[in-house]
Design a protein around this ligand. Structure first.
Ligand code: WQD
Length: 340
């Protein structure tokens, strides 16, 4: 059975990817420092798949403890690297935390590939590297623009670090997946998005408002140059996103890569405004949402959605979960949280 290391494997995207890896017959090892998640996610993964992934409470940004952990887990063939700080707003307030954690973690993962003979890496990147694209939908050839936040900058810097490292380390491979907006939860409602404190992202704020935890959703601006004035994004179901990682692993295992470093846009190809998403949530759940229009949020771009034709063709992967199902899963997960 092929063994995969998932750093950040108890997080939102990581945990759903672990489930899909186990469903596809992989043996999974998780390294996570639990700074933005909890260990009971492991129990819930076990409840879903009947398999308990090996787990180590490890800070990937701390080389000694990370390498000590890896020396206890031989035979790893690929790494999927999620472990990173990811809150855009927090990164503006605490840039050094983000540069230290996200860059050191990346460097340690790359060094580990060499030290422990792990040939394949899937890197968790982001559409944020494109900034506000001039042309839409955005392709993998769209220009990289100056980052709007230290968080976004760490994604750009890490892509460059990977490029420079692979240029002088033959035989190692990486696929960087540039995510659009991950949303939803596992249909079992056993795992999902667990924002700490007040959610920054739209969908968890919607579900907490629908659950009465938040009084009212603030829609950040309706004076953008879009059909209804609210910003447009490409919201991708978390299970579809998880499966894109499997497709990337398969591509490297089958030596189908055209170069040692490849980039793929992982979205649905569908742009949706904030008001359209709210309407879809209400239709999917039957819950009327309390919201108000307020001023724009600093740093927000106006509109972005993916051209996914390259990923569809080369990865043989496509987003398939209907948006209403995604939002209903998010709502069911929120209600499960309320019951606990
Ligand atoms: C989506 C839209 C907001 C909250 C960021 C990162 C990206 C990834 C996902 C980490 C925007 C609007 C939101 C609210 C609102 N992060 N909104 N009221 O900013 O597109 O992407 O999160 O991997 O890298 O850049 O996602 O969900 O915060 O916002 O009106 O209470 O919803 O203005 O238009 P975003 P988001």
């Amino acid at each position: 059975m092929k063994k995969i290391l998932v750093t950040g494997g108890t997080g939102f995207i990581g945990s759903h990817t672990v489930v899909e890896l186990q469903n596809k017959g992989y043996e999974v090892v998780i390294a996570d420092n639990l700074s933005n998640s909890s260990e009971n996610v492991i129990d819930n993964i076990f409840k879903i798949t009947g398999k308990k992934p090996a787990f180590g409470k490890v800070d990937v940004a701390e080389k000694d403890q990370f390498f000590k952990f890896l020396s206890q887990h031989s035979g790893i063939e690929s790494i999927i690297h999620f472990a990173a700080s990811k809150a855009v707003g927090e990164s503006v307030q605490q840039p050094l935390k983000y540069y230290r954690n996200n860059i050191n973690g990346m460097i340690n993962v790359l060094e580990a590939m060499k030290e422990f003979n792990i040939p394949n890496l899937v890197f968790s990147s982001s559409c944020t590297v494109y900034g506000q694209p001039e042309k839409l939908p955005v392709t993998e050839q769209s220009p990289i623009q100056p980052a709007l936040s230290p968080y976004g900058n760490t994604k750009q810097i890490n892509e460059e670090i990977i490029h420079d490292f692979l240029s002088v380390n033959q035989g190692l491979h990486c696929i960087a997946l540039r995510y659009f907006n991950p949303v939803g939860a596992h249909p079992s409602s056993l795992i999902g998005e667990l924002p700490l404190g007040v959610p920054a992202n739209l969908v968890p704020f919607i579900t907490q408002t629908a659950a009465g935890i938040r009084e009212c959703l603030s829609v950040f601006g309706n004076d953008y140059n879009t059909p209804d004035g609210t910003p447009i994004r490409d919201y991708i179901d978390i299970i579809d996103l998880a499966n894109a990682h499997i497709a990337a692993i398969n591509r490297m295992e089958e030596n189908k890569q055209k170069s040692s470093l490849e980039f793929f846009n992982i979205g649905t190809g569908r742009g949706l405004s904030v008001l359209e998403l709210i309407k879809t949530f209400e239709e999917a759940t039957g819950v009327k949402l309390n919201y108000k229009i307020v001023g724009r949020r600093a740093g927000d771009i106006e509109k972005v959605w993916a051209d996914t034709s390259y990923a569809n063709k080369e990865l043989g992967w496509k987003a398939v979960v209907p948006l209403k199902e995604t939002l209903l899963n998010a709502w069911k997960w929120q209600q499960k949280l309320a019951d606990n």
